[in-house]
Write a new protein. Structure first.
Length: 784
């Protein structure tokens, strides 16, 4: 989602704008007085309109409403600041609201009055580190309750352009913080469950296309993960992506949003994919999203994306072509004003028809009707009881703290953690040691409160010695390093909070280095060389940071990744550091060494290329040695895994199953008897080989703790297959010295398959491995 770019106006343009605004303000005075559509209490004649009759089906109501609109009115409805229709009793509507990790400041949200703030949860990358499906859903539920409450107070609309479910492909991407990480399964689970929570759907079972609590939007379709890297910006970037990688990596979260979450909106991105802008790609928006995945909502452009087609690239030769290409591709709504300015001239030029506009407006009005915006008095509708007391409630703020706690990842511990509360003095040092706003990340609102790391530490110790060490996160000046070292020498333990902020990673800005900014590394090294007391190194960031210098440094006792933990992040850190909470978070991304920056960020290939030396991306394909692995995360407890029950052999029968030519092994000697493959879309055969895995998890440590159990599969050596892939995860709480049995359902065609170059998914015969920690289970799959 892009923030609107500024355009220059001449003096005469400015005068013209003022005149037009005055005229329109007078013309729409009656619209501003409309409280809601179908308000029969103020205009009894509205009751005669079928679109106001809640006894009729939505499609009938939508058709009736659209049939009554003039051409100008239809066009006016296709931009984010949709105008009202006074003659039909329809108020204006602002489509643009944000709720990435809490209701955020955005054009349709006005904090103030009875609603001065909203709960700020951790950024999605930190929440993803919890590997807790129920948490993803619960946060969505809480955010949507606050969103509905704000709407009931007249301070927000009901269409929220969240979540961002792009794959965090490259560690340098400035917007990786908004995503659930690099893994397609994790991102897909987060996407569908957060959407279900937002839209009022059930946690489990089939999601419906019925009444919406709020409307969610999965963005940015598709293969969008470059903002501005070494002069290449998102407006001009052409992502060259293979069909294999689209199906296997980039598209699954969006498909899950639609098929599993029944999301009501999708946003297309700025970039081109294989030469075609996503907002003008009919194969993507209509054939794939609507026809293949069954999408039944509205499609919106990223802000000014239509303008980009014409003004920033050479794709569309005219403004009318840009509008026509997008509408004919399947676009319904333009974030911006471009479509509103040029749709009529596109129609007059014969590039689109009014029926094309009718189709788009129908998708928009259907969504508004599903939200109850045409059902009359809001006080008689579902969720009407939500109000000011439901915003920043104690339950929601506790959930924000719980989420921050679950996202804390312990990467190193020599036994120094947890710190004893009996320590006389603790030094808290670093540019993020007293962070408040930084903890929120981006697409933030006004939080209910802040608990900084300094405030959190003061919960446990009355003698915290604080020194920033740097003037800011950039840390370009070293004048505060010496005083920070002096403070560190006076303490019984040192907690160093370093990392990044929005000046280092953000929308429109990608990193070029994975190292700590400026003199932060010097700050850490100087303190490590000066003290003998335990040093806890805390990284507040979204993207990975190369801390290899300190990973194996014996003077650094512990390493923690905090993410951007939201309003209560400082309390979460302190609870972990002093042992009130046993950490259980896991990295949702691979952490690379600085040498990875030699790889072009513009190369979209996931798989390695031995001929060129390209190492591949993510834990599934990277052939190098990472600093930390996807899924890494320690605890104050020790966990043991054991496979209790799982098949060792699996056979399928299919007369037309492909032979070894269809699934060439990387090393042919490992496929002596040939290799057979089963198409993953052969539902009859695939459903006949489903199985369950029973796993025993034991907590052998002295502390109770919540632990995420991750199951990976490693396929046979088939060309293009991943090294391993996450196939399931589950969060479990275990008391000290206890054991619990977990059951996982495995669909071999989904979980054990791989995608070929042509984009087709197959289950291959051969030796498959199931992996949980150090536990390995062998499964041989063959054709009968």
């Amino acid at each position: 989602m892009g923030r609107r770019r500024r355009r220059d106006f001449s003096r005469w343009n400015l005068v013209l704008v003022v005149v037009v605004v005055v005229i329109l303000s007078n013309a729409r005075a009656s619209t501003a007085q409309l409280r809601y559509a179908c308000d029969v209490s103020s205009n009894a004649s509205l009751g005669s309109f079928p679109f106001c009759d809640t006894k009729l089906g939505i499609d009938v109501r939508v058709q009736d409403l659209v049939s009554r609109l003039t051409l100008d009115e239809k066009v006016d409805e296709m931009v984010n600041a949709a105008q009202g229709i006074p003659r039909l009793g329809v108020p204006s509507y602002q489509w643009w609201q944000e709720a990435l990790h809490g209701v955020a400041s955005s054009p349709g949200v006005q904090f103030g009055g009875l609603a001065p703030a909203a709960t700020s949860f951790p950024m999605p990358i930190a929440t993803a580190a919890s590997f807790n499906s129920t948490l993803f859903y619960s946060i969505g539920e809480a955010v949507s309750s606050e969103a509905r409450a704000l709407h009931n107070l007249g301070r927000a609309g009901l269409t929220f352009w969240s979540p961002n479910v792009n794959i965090f492909r490259d560690p340098r991407w400035g917007r990786g913080q908004e995503t659930p990480g690099e893994d397609p399964l994790l991102a897909s689970k987060f996407a569908s469950l957060y959407v279900r929570g937002l839209q009022g759907g059930a946690y489990e079972g089939s999601a419906s296309d019925g009444f919406l609590k709020v409307s969610a939007c999965c963005k940015h379709l598709t293969a969008y993960d470059v903002d501005n890297w070494k002069g290449m910006d998102r407006y001009h970037f052409n992502a060259e992506v293979s069909e294999q990688d689209l199906v296997d990596t980039y598209n699954p979260p969006f498909q899950s949003c639609i098929e599993d979450g029944r999301v009501s909106s999708v946003m297309c991105s700025y970039n081109r994919v294989n030469g075609v802008p996503t907002c003008a790609d009919r194969n993507l928006l209509t054939e794939t999203v609507r026809n293949s995945w069954g999408f039944n909502g509205y499609i919106v452009s990223d802000c000014d994306a239509l303008q980009v087609l014409f003004e920033d690239t050479t794709y569309a030769p005219s403004a009318e072509d840009a509008v026509a290409d997008s509408i004919l591709a399947g676009l319904d709504l333009n974030c911006g004003t471009f479509l509103g300015k040029h749709a009529k001239s596109a129609l007059q030029a014969g590039k689109i028809t009014e029926a094309d506009l009718d189709h788009a407006v129908s998708n928009l009005m259907r969504t508004r009707m599903r939200l109850g915006l045409f059902d009359g008095d809001p006080n008689s509708q579902p969720y009407s009881s939500l109000g000011a007391t439901d915003i920043c409630s104690n339950d929601h703020q506790q959930l924000a703290l719980d989420a921050a706690l679950q996202g804390v990842v312990l990467l190193k511990n020599d036994g120094s953690l947890p710190l004893s509360t009996a320590l006389k003095t603790v030094a808290l040092i670093g540019p993020n040691a007293n962070a408040t706003y930084t903890m929120l990340g981006n697409y933030e609102g006004i939080p209910c409160k802040y608990i900084s790391p300094l405030q959190g530490m003061q919960i446990y110790s009355s003698n915290i010695l604080y020194s920033p060490g740097c003037r800011n996160v950039a840390c370009n000046e070293g004048d505060l390093v010496a005083s920070a070292v002096e403070v560190a020498t006076k303490a019984d333990a040192v907690v160093l909070v370093v990392g990044l902020d929005q000046s280092q990673e953000r929308e429109t800005f990608d990193r070029t280095s994975l190292l700590l900014p400026g003199m932060q590394s010097q700050l850490v090294s100087n303190i490590a060389n000066a003290v003998t007391s335990p040093i806890v190194l805390v990284i507040m960031s979204a993207g990975p940071v190369d801390i290899s210098t300190f990973k194996d440094n014996s003077r650094i006792s512990s390493v923690i990744w905090l993410g951007y933990p939201g309003q209560s992040g400082g309390a979460a850190l302190a609870h972990v550091v002093f042992g009130a909470y046993n950490p259980g978070g896991r990295l949702p991304n691979t952490w690379y060494h600085e040498e990875f920056t030699n790889v072009s960020m513009l190369d979209m290939q996931m798989r390695p290329n031995p001929l060129s030396g390209y190492p591949g991306r993510s834990y599934r394909f990277y052939t190098g040695t990472p600093l930390y692995n996807f899924g890494d995360g320690l605890s104050y407890s020790t966990y043991f895994y054991k496979f209790l029950l799982a098949p060792t052999k699996l056979s399928f029968f299919k007369s037309n199953t492909g032979n070894s030519r269809g699934c060439p092994a990387v090393n042919r000697s490992k496929a002596k008897s040939g290799c057979f493959h089963l198409p993953a879309d052969d539902l009859e055969t695939c459903n006949s080989i489903l199985f369950q895995v029973s796993v025993e998890v034991s907590n052998l440590g002295p502390r109770s703790g919540s632990h995420s159990v991750l199951i990976f599969s490693a396929p046979p050596p088939v060309e293009g297959a991943p090294l391993k892939q996450l196939i399931a995860f589950q969060k479990v709480h275990l008391e000290s010295d206890t054991t619990q049995r977990l059951i996982f359902g495995i669909d071999p065609c989904k979980h054990l398959s791989s995608v070929r170059r042509n984009g087709k998914r197959f289950l291959h015969s051969g030796r498959h491995k199931l992996l949980i920690g150090n536990a390995v289970h062998i499964l041989d799959i063959s054709k009968v």
